[in-house]
Design a protein around this ligand. Structure first.
Ligand SMILES: Nc1ncnc2c1ncn2[C@@H]1O[C@H](COP(=O)(O)OP(=O)(O)O)[C@@H](O)[C@H]1O
Ligand SMILES: CC(=O)N[C@@H](CCC(=O)OP(=O)(O)O)C(=O)O
Length: 286
């Protein structure tokens, strides 16, 4: 990025922050789980701006926990290896060969790219997966999906310990099985389970659309559980949006105060969501 563009970026961030001042206390010492989807982490500039937001957030008192996806990056590697892949209701059917690739791509390249970006902005990020410290013990979701896991046992105390030391965990959505299996967990599902285990104040699901759209293509700024069920039943909520809205409902039921689905590519997406009156994206709460 050119120096001039970087300065412009900083000015925009400073403007966002100054308008955020009246709201800064709202999230003091709050736990905010942020799920960065594969579609939201395209460009290096986007990653840099995301990382800057996370570090700023921590500097004003938030405990951020990052969970990431990387579906498009897994697809690219599977294609290079000539392994076919299909999705059922937004979840990848995962055989033994596929889960190996998923782990290599997510815990390797994708995870370290985010860790490096946060640390380059002055943060102290550490890369993990659900296997580390048994953060996410899973059971098989459905035999037809193969090695796809549903989190059944979490380790929030480990994450709380990291927060005390100002360490930002960056978690790849892989889980460990009780018999030594490696499970591929949808990134949204993993973020929801982690947020619920921490009873997080906010779960932000960053994706590549402005929010959940209704049948006329308009973003719904505040959604109820009943609306989500109706939009799913009539097919308006489809594909990758299904695990997101499912996650939102489960997370709220599990004790998360609010979930927001928003465009992670928009400048200062997280800051604007947390620190403005109108927020951003689609808000789901009890
Ligand atoms: N009702 C809806 N509103 C918004 N997006 C939707 C809806 N139904 C399906 N989608 C699709 O869901 C996608 C987001 O899911 P996904 O591609 O899995 O994102 P990510 O990689 O960020 O997890 C959007 O790009 C959009 O194509
Ligand atoms: C079971 C399952 O579907 N796992 C996902 C994990 C990555 C992910 O969720 O990536 P996004 O957030 O970018 O979609 C997958 O294999 O693609």
């Amino acid at each position: 990025m050119k120096k001039q563009d970087m300065n412009r970026d900083w000015i925009a961030t400073a403007q966002t922050l100054s308008s955020a001042l009246p709201y800064l206390q709202r999230y003091d010492d709050a736990t905010v789980v942020i799920k960065l989807g594969g579609h939201a982490m395209g460009s290096d500039e986007g990653m840099e701006s995301f990382a800057r937001d996370v570090v700023l957030m921590q500097q004003v008192g938030v405990n951020p926990v990052i969970v990431h996806g990387g579906g498009p990056m897994i697809n690219a590697m599977l294609e290079r290896l000539d392994i076919k892949s299909e999705f059922v209701n937004g979840k990848r059917v995962t055989d033994a060969a596929t889960v190996e690739v998923v782990e290599m791509v997510l815990s390797g390249r994708v995870n370290k790219r985010i860790v490096q970006a946060i640390n380059a902005q002055g943060g102290k990020a550490v890369g993990l997966s659900g296997k580390d410290a048994n953060l996410m013990v899973c059971e098989q979701t459905d035999p037809d999906l193969g090695f796809v896991g549903t989190p059944v046992e979490m380790n929030p105390d480990f994450l709380r310990g990291l927060a005390k030391d100002n360490i930002i965990p960056v978690i790849a959505p892989l889980g460990t099985g009780r018999n030594g299996e490696t499970f591929n967990v949808n990134g949204d599902t993993a973020a929801g389970a982690i947020a619920a285990s921490l009873e997080a104040d906010r779960l932000l699901l960053l994706t590549d659309v402005a929010g959940v759209k209704d049948s006329s293509g308009e973003v719904v700024t505040e959604l109820t559980a009943a609306q989500i069920r109706a939009l799913t039943a009539d097919g308006t909520i489809a594909g990758g949006m299904i695990p997101k809205t499912e996650t939102a409902l489960n997370a709220i039921e599990g004790g998360v105060r609010a979930v927001v689905i928003l465009d992670g590519r928009a400048p200062n997406a997280c800051l604007l969501e947390l620190y403005t009156e109108h927020g951003a994206g689609s808000l789901i709460r009890d």
